[in-house]
Design a protein around this ligand. Structure first.
Ligand SMILES: [Fe+2]
Length: 301
């Protein structure tokens, strides 16, 4: 199971796509109708889709094998979650399920979706950076503990760590592909783009600075996941992150508790070299909510 893409609805997809290509570093993949699809240097046909409409998260897409899909499907039926079968009309195609989590997050699971040739060898001496793929998409939750248990029970995900602020969840060997923030409300928390390495994250920060953007938080190095990060508030709303790959953990990784992840006074990351715009980030995190604009349908066929 792997995180592949996020599909957003927003009023001006062309402007959002222009920022994500010209400044953030993604590459145009395709335009279909009002939908702009953007890719990274990795093998996924796209990482973000912007479709014209009101502001909301249409879906977050995972790709998986037939067996994994069958397992998710059986447990979703057993729990009676809202869901429907889907055939993807997005680049890469594939088929599977669209599932609504208890707090409204919409996750899509696809199998048989195609990949594309990775992009190699862009000029490292240029200022340009290019994200590889998504490394995690984090959600705000009213009850992050319940969300963590729900995705363990129904989706087969595993909680990797619990902190005072987050429940980190993995769906493969990466420490987290998603997480639920203890926010008191449900929404998109942030979208994290995986960069090749620490140097690329830092060059991304420089390129953003050249273009007039300062991090809302970072650079820093997180505790859980051990990734280097820099968070920005995108001009079209959501919080986006440059990140190094999160650490890989073994299948029997023992989930840490909040008391295992504490910081010395004045610290909220390993380095302590940057400030965090708490108010700005919280405001941005409230913009993109989840909206199920489809009816639940039987999954048995
Ligand atoms: Fe993150």
């Amino acid at each position: 199971m792997k995180l592949r893409s996020i599909e957003l609805s927003l009023p001006d997809p062309a402007a959002a796509a222009a920022f994500m290509v010209d400044i953030w570093g993604l590459v145009p993949a395709e335009v279909r109708g009002t939908a702009h699809y953007l890719r990274g240097s990795g093998a996924y046909p796209y990482l973000v889709a912007f479709e014209q409409g009101e502001e909301f998260v249409r879906s977050t897409t995972f790709v998986c094998g037939e067996d994994e899909l069958a397992g998710v499907k059986a447990r979703v039926i057993e729990k009676g979650w809202a869901a429907r079968p889907v055939v993807s009309a997005d680049p890469g195609g594939g088929h599977g399920l669209l599932v609504e989590l208890p707090e409204g997050e919409l996750l899509r699971f696809l199998t048989d979706s195609a990949e594309v040739a990775p992009i190699a060898g862009y000029e490292k001496k240029s200022r340009r950076v290019m994200p590889v793929k998504l490394t995690h998409v984090v959600f705000n939750a009213a009850d992050a503990e319940a969300s963590g248990h729900a995705v363990e029970d129904v989706l087969g995900f595993r909680v990797s760590d619990r902190t005072a602020g987050m429940v980190f969840v993995r769906c493969n060997e990466s420490h987290h592909s998603t997480a639920f923030a203890r926010a008191g409300f449900s929404s998109l928390n942030h979208i994290a783009f995986e960069m090749d390495d620490l140097d690329t994250v830092m060059r991304g920060i420089g390129w953003m600075r050249d273009n007039g953007f300062a991090p809302a938080w970072g650079p820093g190095r997180h505790g859980p996941g051990d990734n280097v990060y820099a968070y920005y508030i995108a001009p079209f709303g959501p919080v986006i992150e440059y990140s190094t790959p999160v650490e890989k953990v073994p299948a029997d990784y023992a989930a840490g508790k909040p008391e295992d992840w504490t910081w010395p006074e004045k610290r909220i990351d390993q380095w302590g070299v940057s400030d965090k715009d708490f108010a700005g980030l919280r405001e941005a995190e409230q913009r993109f909510r989840f909206r199920r604009d489809w009816e639940s349908q039987p999954l048995d066929d």
